[in-house]
Design a protein around this ligand. Sequence first.
Ligand SMILES: [Zn+2]
Length: 304
Amino acid sequence: MDSDSPVAIETLLRELNVSFVKSGKEAVAHCPYHSPDKHASWSINTQTGLHHCFSCGASGNLAHLVSHIKNIPYSSAAIEINQTVGWARSYQWREDYDNKNFSPQTFKVSEADMAMFTDIPQEVLAGRRIERSTAELFGVRYNPANHSWILPIRDPYSDELWGWQEKFISERHFRNYPIGITKSKTLFGLDAFTDGSTAVVVESPIDAMRVSTFGAGSGLACSGLQISDFQLSLVFERSDNTVLALDSDNAGVRETGRICREYQGRSNFWVFDYGDTVAKDPGEMDDIDIILGFANAISGIRWL
Ligand SMILES: [Zn+2]
């Protein structure tokens, strides 16, 4: 079965009373943004929802379209898409995963699925002490329907969107979309990473954003308790300097030791210093403690 759900977008177009003619992956119609449009200047990609009018220049994603036609705010349109197109797709992912039909190669999300989401509310950013510019650099979005962070998971080389982690504001747990996505084959933050800068490796994507604002390096998150060999190779390809800022709990300390022992010589390792804070991860620390954590980081060899 095809992973993309053109039918869902076509159904949505019919519900919006947009009459169209299919032309390959495109649906061609009279422009919903300007009238009269004599020559059907508007087309929408039925797999991505991205659209463009060659006459008036209007363009955007599916939420822009719903927002315009229904005359509702973008955030409301994003919720609607979440509950219609988005819901249909996540349901299909669940079913295919349960039926063991799932394969990351065939079940791809598309960039336009991000239309289900909105900018992150200021109070949510402030709650984690993350700058809006940093969140934008990392491409992080917000799901207003579930009050959750949307943390993209991308191909380490092409930046192609594989899916995302959804992290609820009020809970610790994550959901992954599509279900079963292989996070260990990439790192969160690679697309925001400048080759040659210092890699600050953390466990949580939200902490990756948090540690990136101090000029000590750019955050990369393994999105789990352990870093795979492949994830480490992705770090070494891009940087000769690595600060390990894994959680300060037993599992984090054990993993830090393993990496410093097994990979000495592959990178200049530094271990972030939690000092006498009781913080479990950098996300729980205030600015001054994080700055000290970088300043007092010790080399992996000495740390061992
Ligand atoms: Zn137009």
